[in-house]
Write a protein that binds this ligand. Structure first.
Ligand code: SF4
Length: 78
């Protein structure tokens, strides 16, 4: 069995910088999901500790690698 950590998953977002609330933002696991962008504040992520309690979440997807410092600088147009 492969063990996965939510911190390495692309659906895990932490407040306050990545999302308004910390949790699992996978569409199948969210407690309240809204389609309209102006209702974003009503969205409730799933409880990642409960969903991945055994460390074997089937919805895990690895985060894409972070671009290098120079690549991010180039994207800013500097
Ligand atoms: S519960 Fe699953 S889908 Fe959600 S953040 Fe954790 S590993 Fe990813």
């Amino acid at each position: 069995m492969i063990r996965v950590d939510c911190k390495d998953c692309r659906y895990f977002r932490q407040a306050p910088y990545e999302a308004p609330r910390t949790g699992c933002w996978h569409p199948d696991h969210m407690e309240v999901a809204q389609k309209e962008p102006y209702l974003d504040q009503q969205q409730q992520p799933g409880d990642h500790r409960r969903i991945n309690a055994r460390g074997d979440c089937a919805s895990f997807e690895a985060r894409p690698p972070k671009p290098s410092f120079w690549k991010r600088l180039m994207n800013l147009g500097a």
